[in-house]
Design a binder for this molecule. Sequence first.
Ligand code: 3UK
Length: 548
Amino acid sequence: MTPSAHIDTFTRDNLPPKEDWPDFVFALPELRYPDRLNCVTELLDTWIARREGDRPCLVSPSETLTYAQLAERVNRIANVLTRDLRLDPGNRVLLRAPNTPMMIAAYLAVIKAGGVVVATMPLLRAKELSYAAGKAKIRLALCDARLADEMEKTRPLAPALERVVYWGKDGADSLEALMSKSGYERFTACDTAADDVCLIGFTSGTTGEPKGTMHFHRDMLATCDSYGRHVLQAGGNDRFIGSAPLAFTFGLGGHVLFPLRVGAASIQIERATPEDLLAGIEKFRATICFTAPTAYRAMLAQVKGRDISSLRKCVSAGEALPKATFDAWQAATGIRIMDGIGATEMLHIFIGSPESEIRPGSTGRVVPGYEAKIVDDDGRDVKRGEIGRLAVRGPTGCRYLADPRQKKYVAGGWNLTGDTYSQDADGYFWYQARSDDMIISAGYNIAGPEVESVLLAHPAVAECGVVGAPDEERGQIVKAYIVLRPGQTGDAALTKTLQDYVKASIAPYKYPRAVEYVAQLPRTQTGKLQRFELRKMAGADTVRKMAS
Ligand code: 3UK
């Protein structure tokens, strides 16, 4: 180990004890990095050194930046951080903005200066922002002025947050004004160690407090040189687009890491509803799209009449991609969506296959550089084909910021993601459910996502969520919450049709005994179905029924 560049040793001091770390494996030569490494040098400055600074880098409705222009902007912000705002290497900086070129520049500047990024989702409220600020002991924030209201509401709740600098507003104290000083166009990257922390990514935390996952400089490159290089296989002429916020590491990869690693362009559309995403693909001639399964389904309904012929690769993550969605997208666009499972703890995707090797309905095979296996509750390997807990290890892995839950996520050197899976004889991984989402009905284990993927194949169904509802006789029954396609009526006849449809497709005991039609499903900002909300609704239902 070489010495840390961090003068502020907070992140290093709060890493989990070594015995609780997962094993880190660097099986491929491309994953062995030098001891001294600042990932921004490799991702950005290298293109200028290679005399390729004129390549388009960031594209947005309001501005387009080449690699050289982005590098200068990053340098200016890094100078503001270190000279005007007295950032010491190791200090955490909270970032708050929609996905814009300025947000990406600020992100890279913090890291280039040796700081640690804590990016936050635009929709977070003062309570959540102050939690992150407190947990990561943040003194400094950079924020898009359009999100100033909630930021200012955060300040009284986060006494340690000394300074918030806004961009996108007038005045001598704006970030732009500070950046404009002469001499600020150059900045020498902080000489960080490859294993200095550069990012604390907070999990979306559906239950319990969000966990801060800590990632090193080398991790940023490792995801590019494993998943990016061997599975995604993007090239310098690609133009990436997506809908995930940068604060979600799925978005970080798709918007920043993967494009910059290969000299490609990255398109930022600030509002990224499925409609905006389609319009963005058409307008900016995107070639690679990163989004969640639900967005692909929503885009399908609107894809007719759009020219999205520029598109050549689509990546789906966040939740399982049902075969019905894969099939419909391929029929409409000719593109085979690349499903991949990633996690904030792992930084990005660790199981997922290139297009030519996809088996529809399966997540894919393990990404080169990673190892994955299925284990039982005692950590023993199960036989191929048997269902168990997913365990994974590779160049990235879980390191929570001062959190006892580290011992739950890591056991025996393996990361346990909390998902149940099976692996077939050819090495493909088949998703079942989140381990705590399994429905147990009259002694049967039923995976809600399996029932969902059957229902989604029915033409009347737009979206659905399947959970266990409490039932006196069976313990739980399978209950489906369904959003219908326009023009459909959710009556008893349709319920019977859908129930029969499930019985005819998979084992009959899995059919939804209860069906409820809803206008929309509860989802996180990262596009995940909130099953605990559905379970709450299902629980409330029974209580009501018993009372009446
Ligand atoms: C679930 C999937 C089935 C799974 C993420 C790509 O989702 C990401 O990170 P999170 O921390 O959630 C992790 C959990 O989400 N999941 C994700 N992808 C899939 N389940 N099939 C999939 N393809 O339960 C996992 O444990 O929010 C995804 C890249 C970076 C990420 N952070």
